[in-house]
Write a protein that binds this ligand. Sequence first.
Ligand code: ARG
Length: 571
Amino acid sequence: MSLLPLLNQRFAAALAAVGAPDGQALVQLAGRPEFGDYQMNGVMGAAKALKLNPRELAQKVIDSVDLAGIAASLEIAGPGFINIKLDDGFLAQRIETALTDPKLGVDALPRQRVMVEYSSVNLAKEMHVGHLRGGIIGDALARINDFVGQDVIRQNHVGDWGTQFGMLVAFMVESRKAGEAEYALKDLDTFYKASKKRFDEDPAFADLARDYVVKLQGGDAEVLALWRQFVELSLAHCNDIYQKLGLLLNDGDVRGESFYNNDLPVLVDELRQQGLLTEDQGAQVVFLDEFKNKEGDPAAYIVQKQGGGYLYATTDLGAIRFRARELKLDRCLYVVDARQALHFQQLFTVARKAGFAPASLQLEHVAHGTIMGKDGKPFKTKSGDSIKLGELLDEAIERAYQLVSEKRPELDESARREIAKAVGIGALKYADLSKNRTTDYIFDWDTMLSFEGNSAPYLLFAYTRVRSIFRKVGEWDSKSTVALTEPAEHALALELSRFADVVHQVAHDSQPHFLCAYLYNVATAFSRFYEACPVIQDGQTNASRLKVCDLTAKVLAQGLGLLGIAVLEAM
Ligand code: ARG
């Protein structure tokens, strides 16, 4: 059992034993070192409920709690807090156990089928900076859930359907005839703009595009085949980006909007049969009392437009229905921009009402903020165009290359390129993941590529520093036992023993920045340890300390790995 649940369990038992069976232990990490390692905050609440003096109750809890071999000291503080200092022998034992466990002491959580939907780009256009956060965060959450034993199903709900595809297919056919389609499709945005121009300027072309839309929706084999070619080319572009960014997404995870097309009339019928639909100005609508529009009337969730067309919102109902019935999920994480929050609240409400999503299915919009430029507006190029993701990734790698070349001019070119890739991409990812997911942040190359502070370069470098100790030491006795004596050893051992609690929390709350903050703490605790506690002294290797180093390296590598960041052995 990881530390927090263990402490909570022991204190809950003690509260019950002293006559407060409903009391909550509320154990937390201590705010300051002088408060010990952890604090138990549940006494005041229990004392209030029982009308007892909290400090007296705290003493009873201390007398009763079974923390033999776990806590070195328990002290009452203030109105009735209990400060907990963990036992060095206990922490040493946790380190030994973690070192023998491929999961480093992180136990599996109750197994669920968890979907992580992320990226979900619209295929008509090239991937841009707006797609960065969702991709990075979703990928980390998929890795973390997998690590804690969940059945992870990744879904890439790409926008591959809708009227613009008629236009794009028409333009693909036309430019193919001119022998330049493959060339033109190399740059999707230019392709999109050119086809839009044709559409706006040439009525014959526009007619053809509209004809394709009708044929596409009617399932015309020939037009469908053309559409599929376009989708494949677009997806190939996405795959390049995923690969460069090191995302786990692949073709098997793609289930685009088009997939649900045939279900849409069926689900609209189901809504009708359940009496949930109202006709409003020719459209089919679910009115939601839970949400008010500007006039204070129930908000309208439109599922079918006047004229019969379906919408983004309808497709999402199809997706939920499929995810519940066919994918048999227990938990759905939608990693999507916070600006779609209302859509998801309404979607989840309609899906519950219609029974598409049973009460047992957890639905969560894992919302993320926007990446801003220095001017405080969404990050754009100087001319106001969206920043292409491919170009941004190249720039990250190039900047890292300059940096590495400055720091390590003696390395040969290919080694510097290799390091630059890891540092550049790692920096981009870490800068994003270390920020609170729900808020916006300002994009800044300098802080993300800095070797100081809570950044990828700092952590990657910290890892290589630990690894270099082992190269210096050579052979060592990994069978000797861990013994902790110095405060800096205790502090580092405590951090290392918290890994499981942190990973569990992130799996639960989908807030990767807590894992980043934790890894940064590990790295700084290691620095202090390394200064205060020599690993090699008078030519003698301290094997206990080397084991602590070993776990530090493993936790850093695993932690960064869970964020989708690969470590380097040297840099
Ligand atoms: N393709 C959409 C967009 O670019 C995002 C899709 C999010 N996922 C969902 N299930 N609605 O805005």
